[in-house]
Design a protein around this ligand. Structure first.
Ligand SMILES: O=C(Oc1cc(O)cc(O)c1C(=O)O)c1ccc(O)c(O)c1
Length: 150
């Protein structure tokens, strides 16, 4: 595996490292794949991808994955499928970072991570800019991140 700590093509936003390993432009828009390395207890707010199905392929670490009110753990060797239009989020557990592949079909959402890293947008100060970019990428925020489990 590539070292996401040193890879020059990695983009960093909110301490998460993102590397697009298959851009939508290389698939005629059919899909994209982002290799990501997320620190313990990190995870996005609840959200919906309106236009794309999302698959996580877990490589290292464990995530609590919340999909439409149901929560489960996903660890190395497992995958998670989230149909488009389904509210979801995840949080890396406290023990270790999580490296996972994020596969969007169709592709294009990788542009959101590129934009966020480029602009170094902060949460919550720059939330209007984050929401605006999210809308352009067909993503709606629907709630807060998961609370760390006790
Ligand atoms: O969009 C944000 O996060 C993500 C959404 C996904 O559907 C998959 C992902 O892998 C991520 C991610 O790794 O971050 C997001 C939006 C706003 C925010 O404050 C975040 O911390 C993440």
């Amino acid at each position: 595996m590539k070292d996401l700590q040193t890879d020059p093509d990695v983009r960093i936003w909110n301490d998460v490292r993102y590397k697009t390993i298959l851009p939508a432009a290389a698939t005629g828009g059919a899909m994209s794949i982002v290799d990501s390395l997320s620190p313990p207890l990190s995870g996005p707010p609840r959200h919906i991808h309106h236009d794309a199905d999302e698959t996580f392929v877990m490589l290292t670490g464990t995530c609590r994955v919340w999909i439409a009110g149901e929560e489960r753990l996903a660890g190395p060797g497992e995958s998670v499928f989230i149909p488009r239009g389904t509210e979801h989020t995840f949080q890396v557990t406290a023990e270790a970072p999580s490296r996972h592949l994020v596969i969007l079909t169709p592709g294009g959402f990788e542009g959101f991570f590129e934009e966020m890293a480029q602009g170094a947008f902060r949460i919550p100060e720059d939330m209007p800019a984050v929401v605006e970019a999210a809308e352009r990428h067909h993503l709606t925020f629907t709630g807060p991140p998961l609370e760390p489990s006790p």
